[in-house]
Ligand binder design. Structure first.
Ligand SMILES: [Fe+2]
Length: 549
């Protein structure tokens, strides 16, 4: 038996190719949209991809199952289970062989048996793999998003991402039952999961690439002795917020995605950047948070390249809108690879790319770049004590539950586009996360949406704790926005909101309830008409505040 694992670091996603050494036929399980990687691997292993399947309808990446089956001339197999609740569309199943609980596919001397393991999704299958040359008993199971190393697949995505109302608790109970059935399998069974650490398909996935059922029975919380009620409560507690693109992927993958082609990057210059900013288009600056904080084009969004880039881009950028990049990448090749990564989450509307030199040009032609105000914990403590400040915590629900700053407002970063309305954009805001990465993205997002008086807590929650400052526990999120005239942390007085909380522009690009003041703020801060210079901003450093360099 030939066994290959493909691991996409950016998606924290695993797919597998298993082949019979004798017949040189292979099956690929859970392919993503980088279809060429499988055909290349098949070529170098001198095997033919004869079968393609997937464990379930994925939410977190564009499936490559249909496209790979087509490219390789392979048979496509999809789950026919769970359709009463939510499954593949008839159109998707028309071109596939239906797999049900107990169905099997033979690939030479390899047998892949499907087992219906609902919970994460209603149609979810796990695949038990036997090497018939050695014996009938399975050597391992491709568990998809059912069992991970140290965790299980979250059962709430059907409701939260696909919008199937009221399905979460029932799915959690099904997951418990599925685990009960898996428990009966022998301990030596190898577990080959669909995701690793960093995936939003569970809450505490381990980074080991594989495990055994015996090990998981000992150390995976989901296999611990507990009642169904206890399990349901625990599995639903503190799941990460699904990024907005999950809902799109669910819809697309249910039908069977056409693979959009990747166009060559369209390199652009200052004039196009000015036009894009003028139109309030989304322009993502992919440089590091430090570089962005030191100087950026007003109205741009900072999402640094790295492991979380796809997650946050998929959370903050609507798939229906065109967007742009500012990048330090020089080569077409590297840019194409980035565009390919974006296609993996269904974002294909990249209208143009700017080299980071454009920042220098902007500076000389438009009179300056903006900076991100940094506030250290001591200064924040002093300013917060005076009241009228919104401290926005953009960490995950799990981190929040573990302890948070007194009086903070909890809006996980992925929810910021939908919940910006809860903030008073005319009053001062300080944003923080654990260490400063996510809060830098959030700060740039809020600035791009028109928030003018905003700072980033340098060092984040960790630095706050290191200073020995008070931490509140519990789940309640207290809002301490000054309803009276809120004093600016920049030392200015901001106006009373005209009608409660307002936002200048939602992330969808739609105008929301907006006060004239907020509209003005948006215009000014976005620098769409005249670039607010960084120096103007920096000069208002309050005497009660110490800026961290
Ligand atoms: Fe999934």
């Amino acid at each position: 038996m030939l066994f290959r694992r493909f691991y996409d670091e950016n998606l924290a996603q695993a797919s597998y190719m298993i082949a019979c050494e004798k017949t040189r036929e292979a099956i690929v399980v859970d392919p993503n949209s980088d279809v060429a990687q499988y055909t290349r691997a098949a070529g170098s292993d001198r095997v033919r991809i004869a079968h393609v399947t997937e464990t379930h309808i994925h939410a977190d990446f564009l499936s490559g199952a249909h496209a790979l089956a087509k490219a390789a001339g392979a048979a496509l197999h999809l789950s026919g289970e769970g359709r009463k609740e939510w499954g593949y569309t008839s159109a998707a199943l028309e071109v596939a062989n239906l797999l049900r609980d107990g169905s099997h596919v033979d690939i030479g001397q390899i047998r892949v048996r499907a087992a219906h393991t609902p919970g994460h999704t209603p149609e979810h299958l796990s695949f038990f793999v036997s090497d018939l040359a050695r014996g009938q008993d399975p050597v391992g199971a491709l568990t998809g998003d059912f069992v991970f190393v140290g965790d299980v697949g979250r059962p709430d995505l059907l409701e939260r991402a696909a919008g199937v109302k009221g399905s979460t608790e029932g799915s959690a109970r099904e997951l418990f039952q599925s685990l009960g059935r898996l428990r009966a399998e022998p301990d030596h069974l190898q577990i080959w999961p669909g995701h690793g650490a960093g995936s939003a398909c569970g809450k505490s996935l381990g980074s080991m690439p594989q495990s055994t059922l015996g090990y998981e029975k000992l150390f995976n919380w989901a296999f611990a002795e507990q009642s169904e009620e206890e399990f349901v409560a625990k599995v639903l507690q503190d799941q990460p917020v699904p990024p907005r693109y999950f809902a799109v992927m669910k819809r697309v993958n249910r039908v069977g995605a056409e693979q959009p082609t990747i166009a060559d990057p369209a390199w652009m210059g200052l004039t196009e950047l000015e036009n894009a900013i003028g139109r309030r288009a989304t322009v993502i600056d992919t440089r590091s948070a430090d570089k962005f904080a030191a100087g950026h084009v007003p109205g741009t969004l900072n999402i640094p390249l790295g492991k979380s880039f796809l997650n946050w881009t998929g959370a903050l950028v609507p798939e229906t809108e065109e967007f742009y990049f500012i990048t330090e990448t020089e080569s077409d090749e590297a840019m194409k690879s980035l565009l390919g990564d974006l296609r993996k989450i269904g974002l294909t509307r990249v209208a143009g790319v700017f080299r980071s030199d454009v920042l220098r040009e902007w500076k000389s032609h438009r009179g300056g770049l903006e900076q991100v105000q940094q506030l250290d914990p001591t200064s924040l403590k002093k300013v917060a004590a005076e009241g009228g400040l919104q401290i926005v915590d953009v960490r995950s629900p799990e981190e929040w539950s573990g302890g948070h700053l007194p009086g903070a407002i909890h809006i996980p970063l992925a929810q910021l586009p939908d919940r910006i309305r809860e903030l008073d954009v005319t009053a001062p805001i300080v944003v923080h996360c654990r260490g400063g990465g996510r809060s830098s993205i959030a700060t740039s997002f809020l600035k791009s949406q028109g928030v003018s008086d905003i700072s980033n807590l340098a060092g984040g929650f960790d630095e706050w704790v290191a200073e020995g400052f008070e931490v509140e526990s519990g789940k309640s999120a207290k809002h301490v926005v000054g309803r009276k005239s809120a004093k600016s942390i920049n030392g200015r007085n901001s106006a009373k909101p005209s009608s409660g909380r307002t936002s200048a522009k939602s992330a969808h690009g739609r105008k929301s309830r907006t006060s004239p003041r907020a509209r003005n703020a948006a215009k000014r801060v976005g620098g769409r008409n005249d670039a607010t210079s960084a120096s103007g901003r920096q000069s208002v450093t309050s005497s009660r505040r110490r800026l961290k360099k």
